[in-house]
Design a binder for this molecule. Structure first.
Ligand code: DGP
Length: 140
């Protein structure tokens, strides 16, 4: 298991040092659009605690991540018009985890249709539009 590095990119996003396209936020988690989506509407849920991977994640934050995931999946189904949502989470660099702060991926579509992990950057205008639509669905 790697030691937690407070300068990882998601820690910077949580501190507000780097911008993001926020979908949903509460005291325990921040959810935002993945900038290298494996499908349209790919969202990440990041707990506001210093955990590298699932083994480090306190139970109350795991609960908060899953509670948020249920809400976000409903919004993705409504906005993306896809019923299938792939839930993915990598534990450790040996699994391909590149950002060493726990995060859950929620990716609309069938697992066989997904793009490669971290293949290409998305268009920021499209991410902003999708985030606005998902925020509106979550606020209903
Ligand atoms: P993982 O390999 O599970 O650690 O995936 C990291 C994901 O984070 C990957 O899908 C790309 C995404 N990502 C990397 N850097 C940034 C960033 O600065 N902003 C956002 N929104 N996503 C990022």
């Amino acid at each position: 298991m790697s030691a937690y590095n407070p300068d990882n990119i998601f820690a910077k996003i949580l501190r507000g040092d780097i911008p993001n396209h926020t979908v949903y936020e509460n005291e325990q988690i921040l959810a935002f659009m993945d900038v290298m989506p494996q499908a349209r509407g790919h969202v990440l849920i990041v707990p506001k605690t210093q955990a590298v991977e699932l083994s480090d994640l306190p139970a109350e934050y795991a609960q908060a991540v899953f509670a948020a995931a249920k809400k976000i999946i409903a919004a993705q189904r409504k906005i993306l018009k896809r019923h299938g949502i792939v839930q993915m989470q990598l534990n450790g660099e040996e699994a391909g985890q590149s950002v060493l702060h726990y995060h859950m991926h929620l990716i609309p579509g069938h697992v066989h249709e997904l793009g490669q992990h971290e293949e290409k950057m998305a268009d920021h205008a499209e991410l902003a539009e999708l985030a606005a639509q998902l925020r509106a669905a979550l606020a209903e």
